[in-house]
Design a protein around this ligand. Sequence first.
Ligand SMILES: *Cc1c(COP(=O)(O)O)cnc(C)c1O
Length: 386
Amino acid sequence: MNVKEKDGLYIANTYARFPICLKSGKGSLVTDEEGKEYIDMATGIAVNSFGFCDNAWIDAVTKQLGTLQHTSNLYYSKPCADLAELICTKTAMKKVFFSNSGAEANECAIKTARKYAAEKKGSDYYTIITLKNSFHGRTVTTLAATGQEAFHKDFLPLTDGFVYVEADNCDELIKAVENNKVAAVMFETVQGEGGVLPLDEKFVKTVFELAEKYDFLTIADEVQTGNGRTGKLYGYMNYGVKPDIFTTAKGLGGGLPLGATVLGEKAADVLTPGSHGSTFGGNPAVCAGAISILSRITDELLAEVNAKSDYIFKSLSSAKGVKSVTGKGLMIGIETEKDASEVIAECQKNGVLVIKAKSKVRLLPALNIPDDLLKKAVDVIIKACE
Ligand SMILES: *Cc1c(COP(=O)(O)O)cnc(C)c1O
């Protein structure tokens, strides 16, 4: 039995996988089990921030693995405390709760917002406003936060207390804030799964003005947009705002599971002993790897990310068969005249891995993808769009 057959037989049928079995990789190159090499423009959905098997990250993780691989949160652990300090220092936030995924990071943010509102304004202030077309995770509560009915179907009833407004529609947002007892507004600064759509500056400003006026919390879901992906350390930094809570995961661990719920001044002391927890969250080996990732996302690296982004936008915007290019930094969506799946298959045939976001082709290359590989990949993508 080959891998595809075995997978079909034993793995739960939740994924529509591409017909490729990846075997090994280094940097932005990855090889399948038949020995075919690809330039990777997907990084395992924005996870492998510095590409496959990045040396500094491997060193950090393996060194910690040989020292102490897991402690549980019953004990103090240095990598965990060091990573929290690094995140807070870089963002001027106050405290971090570590978990293992984006969905869990968002669950913690939702619990924190509800507890904040319950204590401050009363337990009926539980409503969380999220955006239509958003994506916040697959647990029953983060599905409820996800403003897309297609994901809800067959799993009802979901957690109560979520209200959806159209992204960039300030009037709808204002109405929702006036008509509900709101604990928080939660948003992605660039909707990733929704089609790589950045929010309007005016809309984001309005969220923060309303938060001030009505004293609810702002939650930025930076699971995909975080950790340098959009050309700033976190996506909200493109808007000159500072959320009360931001969540992140994907790129933070550089390839190992790690979620973080990062709390600002207002939210820092809401969680108390026993109110939340995780067995694996803040695992020392995972945190040691994340320190090596986050400490290399410097202004110089971000300048490179933005230069690579400009190159992609310029090259693709004028290409034949391309209707539009959206996104920020190295999180890019391409609306193509051809069906996106067709373009993706053509890219795969020619040795480039790209993925889909709704009906678009999505690019999420490594933050440090070498310029020659980027150019080669972009040339292949342009040809595939024609
Ligand atoms: C991927 C993603 C999630 C869910 O993360 P998991 O690690 O799959 O649970 C949540 N929010 C956003 C914006 C995402 O892109």
